[in-house]
Design a protein around this ligand. Structure first.
Ligand code: F6P
Length: 359
């Protein structure tokens, strides 16, 4: 048996722990393991395919990033090909990928990725490739799994930032608006905001009214709390409005969003007259060592993916349905972004403890 592993889309802390657990589980069964570099680029002849040995996955479980590298521009069904005039045109090059996989003797593939990678996996499955998926995203927006690895690390990074913001905000009687990741779902903002006792949390699931945000800040002022912490998910938008877009994306990339914190900070300063600063935590949330929780979850996913291959569960994704790791068909997960339920107990408790959602 020869399996291959690929990591696609934005990286998330814990990827290396999945790679290690999957590789060791497979090698200990007597299987061979290949690592496809940079998403599927290694299978498109545009990067390497390497052999993963016990030695090559030694000492990586605690490391952020991915030893296989990643890309969010590697969809083989829309893969850029250089034209005679030097420009690039996206083409369906999935047949090349299938041929290369056959040539390399790959019997099965573990694809570690988010929504984009799951969609590619589904399409490759329908072309006959044997694939098992491992969900990955710091945003925690993949359905069918309670959580994804990387999310806990991102929440802790954001939490550390909130703790630091509190002291400087209080020293200067300022409003601090911090933007965290979460293009479609506000889980990072919600969890870090509640754990970090923010005053306002703005998420895409609850469109905000800037007037209500300012009401909360003024109410705190009136009560002698002269500073406020506002945590905003990058995909948050005002009632009746749309999320903020960040310039041009590279060809083949999803629309980049962000910049909402700066816009909100300007509005707060204008409306309340309070000095307001903004910051974007950005890719710091994707970097660094995975937390213990993420390392364990990633390791469990890696081991479960190899068991799923042994059980020939093609087209399935491993998932956490506490307390168990299960497998579910990719079709049941695709196209359905997991979002914060505005009636969830975390939201209820946040409101009950005085946090405003700007609604
Ligand atoms: O993984 C998802 C995500 O973290 C989004 O929240 C964010 O919009 C996106 O990645 C940014 O990714 P990149 O800058 O790598 O394109």
């Amino acid at each position: 048996m020869r399996i291959a592993i690929s990591t696609g889309g934005g990286d998330a802390p814990g990827l290396n722990a999945v790679i290690r657990a999957a590789a060791l589980s497979a090698i200990n069964r007597g299987w061979e393991v290949l690592g496809i570099k940079r998403g599927f680029a290694g299978l498109m002849g545009e990067d390497e395919v390497i052999t993963l040995t016990k030695d090559s996955v030694r000492g990586i479980a605690h490391m952020g990033g991915t030893i296989l590298r990643s890309t969010n521009r590697g969809n083989p069904f829309f893969y850029p090909r250089k034209q005679a005039d030097g420009t690039f045109k996206e083409e369906d090059r999935s047949d090349e990928l299938m041929e290369n996989a056959t040539r390399l003797g790959i019997d099965a593939l573990i694809s570690i990725g988010g929504d984009g990678s799951l969609d590619i996996a589904r399409r490759l499955c329908s072309k006959g490739m044997k694939i098992v998926c491992v969900p990955k995203t710091i945003d925690n927006d993949v359905s069918g799994t309670v959580t994804t690895f990387g999310f806990d690390t991102a929440v802790n990074t954001a939490l550390d930032a909130i703790d630091r913001l509190h002291t400087t905000a209080e020293s200067h009687d300022r409003v601090m608006v911090m933007e965290v990741m979460g293009r479609d779902a506000g889980f990072i903002a919600l969890h870090a905001g509640v754990a970090g006792t923010a005053d306002v949390i703005l998420i895409p699931e609850i469109p905000y009214d800037i007037g209500k945000v300012c009401e909360k800040i003024r109410a705190r002022d009136a009560a002698g709390r002269l500073f406020s912490i506002v945590i905003v998910a990058e995909g948050a938008f005002p009632r009746g409005g749309a999320s903020h877009t960040l310039g041009e994306s590279m060809p083949g990339q999803a629309r980049r969003i962000g910049g909402v914190a700066d816009a909100i900070a300007r509005e707060i300063q204008t409306i309340t007259g309070k000095e307001t600063r903004s910051l974007v935590l950005g890719h710091l949330q994707r970097g660094g060592m995975p937390t213990g929780y993420d390392r364990l979850l990633a390791t469990r996913f890696g081991g479960a993916a190899v068991r799923a291959i042994a059980d020939e569960k093609w087209g399935q994704m491993v998932a956490l349905q506490s307390p168990h790791i299960v497998t579910i068909p990719i079709d049941e997960v695709l196209g359905e972004v997991k979002r914060v339920d505005p009636t969830h107990d975390v939201v209820q408790t946040a409101r009950a403890t005085g946090i405003s959602f700007g609604d």
